[in-house]
Design a protein around this ligand. Structure first.
Ligand code: HEC
Length: 171
């Protein structure tokens, strides 16, 4: 069986090939396996991927928050169904960008300022402020708050976006 390994792996269909791979990994010396896993980790935090990831989530923030802000400011008519849908989606995204600010992703095609990495305490505070305003919105919706309350809270969320951008985003 072992002697035929290479040939078997080559000929076997995808799924069995995968099983063979697992078998193969299990028999690897631990140190070599560790080295392979570390390579995997390094690839997982490719700075360019991290930058693209967080910018993508921020774009999704805008998609959802844009109409909410427009309604808050009276630029577009209040549409409750849309407001609630976007608020719900924003709440689901709210904690997602931050893991994209990995070590080493301060350089590249990014508008993030060095302060993100140099002043972690303030950074964490701005994240907490933002997430709190988003949670407050969810609570208001659950309580059946009226249009004015919802629009006012959208204003508070917008302020927390801006407060972070003022300190941590170059534009
Ligand atoms: C805790 C800080 C923080 C909060 C809160 C925050 N942002 Fe940002 N945002 C950033 C940083 C930093 C960048 C720059 C990211 C980069 O270029 O790597 C950014 C970038 C963006 C971008 C540009 C993305 C691109 O295409 O490059 C948009 C749009 C955006 N934010 C929208 C929002 C909106 C809308 C909110 C609130 C609903 C918000 N952000 C809340 C820190 C924050």
């Amino acid at each position: 069986m072992k002697g035929n390994f290479n040939r078997a792996a080559f000929i076997l269909p995808e799924k069995e090939n995968h099983n063979m791979k697992k078998l193969f990994l299990r028999s690897l010396p631990v140190a070599l396996l560790g080295a392979m896993m570390m390579t995997g980790t390094a690839q997982a935090v490719d700075p360019e991927d991290a930058i693209e990831y967080r910018q993508g989530v921020f774009k999704a923030f805008s998609w959802n928050f844009g109409p909410m802000a427009g309604m808050a400011q009276g630029e577009i008519p209040f549409n409750e169904e849309m407001f609630l849908e976007r608020a719900d989606q924003l709440a689901r995204l709210a904690d997602m960008p931050w893991q994209g600010f990995t070590e080493g992703s301060d350089l590249g095609e990014t508008d993030a300022m060095m302060e993100v990495w140099e002043d972690q305490e303030t950074w964490e505070q701005k994240i907490a402020d933002f997430e709190e305003e988003v949670s407050r919105m969810t609570a208001l919706i659950d309580e059946g708050a009226d249009e004015m309350q919802l629009r006012r809270q959208a204003g508070e969320i917008g302020q927390s976006c801006k407060a972070c951008h003022d300190s941590f985003r170059a534009d």
